[in-house]
Write a protein that binds this ligand. Structure first.
Ligand code: NAP
Length: 298
């Protein structure tokens, strides 16, 4: 007797993004009635092709949701001091509530120094050490957009993380580590794997939830997944035909997992969406602060 393989439910990042962006648009309209138009500044230094596409998408997503956005493009030769001065000017610009400096930066610029120059109140990418610290101790701050998007995807399927075992593959500062902290905050038991993990399969086979954030195709295959696990694929790679694909063997893992995110159309769109969510959040906090000071008319 043959058994028909089950098919995992797709967690559709495009559809979920649409819902969340509609909510951002509503919150933007409400904020405008309080005299504040949320504003995002995107700073791009150099001509990295992928970065150009990312910033264009971010700016377009802002205008679609009614947010004000400014794209500042600079030559790759821009001195670090000049970039730091631009960040400082944006910190002091009342029309800007969120600042995003697109990474990577040219080699002569210290990216860490630039990120640290952004005011934590405008750090909508969530990369500032103040944001990382706030996430670690469970205080309000800004969560990095990609893992934040993954959390929203779990929320969208009503997944209760309490007591579940989550395995995160990858420990970068922008995805893996904050992802682990967010899962922990929701009472999952978390294992973080990386390039020195001795037996990745032994770890992933124990997982109720797996987040793959490595940047290598087929890091996660069907034989590494417990039946019924939820699999979130953060990776962005190219297959042999040049098509965008994730870290997960989608076809294989789909026959074992209960839920899975596709690439494209999964975590990717959620990342930009959470940037909008963080920006509207930053603007709402600022509006409330100013209202308390009595500085703006109602
Ligand atoms: P990263 O900084 O290169 O980190 C990759 C992580 O994977 C590292 O922690 C590394 O371990 C680990 N790793 C490498 N090989 C491994 C292996 N064989 N087994 C287990 N772990 C391994 O990358 P990132 O910035 O976190 O991004 C990860 C992927 O997500 C990339 O494909 C990136 O393009 C994608 N991404 C997508 C979005 C989105 O919006 N969809 C956003 C951000 C990133 P070590 O620490 O030991 O080196």
């Amino acid at each position: 007797m043959t058994t028909t393989p089950t098919k995992a439910q797709i967690i559709d990042g495009v559809a979920l993004s649409k819902q969340l962006r509609e909510d951002v648009a509503r919150r933007t309209a409400a904020l405008k009635t309080r005299g504040v138009t949320p504003g995002l500044a995107v700073v791009l230094v150099g001509d990295n092709q992928a970065s150009q596409v990312y910033v264009r998408n971010k700016v377009k997503a802002c205008s679609d949701a009614g947010l004000h956005s400014v794209l500042e493009k600079y030559d790759a030769s821009m001195p670090e001091a000049e970039l730091l001065a631009r960040v400082e000017a944006l910190n002091n610009d009342p029309a800007i509530h969120g600042i995003l400096v697109q990474l990577p930066l040219p080699a002569h610029i210290d990216a860490h120094k630039v990120i640290e120059a952004i005011s934590p109140t405008k750090d909508v990418d969530g990369f500032h050490v103040a944001s990382a610290g706030a996430l670690m101790v469970g205080q309000p701050g800004f969560w990095p957009c990609t893992p934040y998007g993954c959390m929203k995807m779990l929320e969208s399927i009503g997944y209760d993380l309490r007591g579940k075992h989550a395995v995160v593959i990858g420990r970068s500062n922008i995805v893996g580590k904050p992802m682990a902290l967010m899962l922990l905050q929701k009472n999952a038991t978390v294992t973080v794997c990386h390039s020195a993990t001795a037996n990745l399969k032994a770890m992933t086979l124990q997982a109720d939830v797996i987040v793959a954030a490595v940047g290598k195709r087929n890091v996660l295959t069907a034989d590494m997944v417990k039946p019924g696990a939820v699999v979130l694929d953060v990776g962005m790679n190219r297959d042999d035909a040049g098509k965008l694909c994730g870290d997960v063997d989608f076809a294989g893992v789909s026959t074992v997992a209960s839920h899975i995110t596709p690439v494209p159309g999964g975590v990717g769109p959620m990342t930009i969406t959470m940037l909008l969510v963080n920006t509207i959040e930053a603007a709402e906090r600022e509006a409330t602060r100013l209202e308390k000071l009595g500085n703006i008319s109602k």
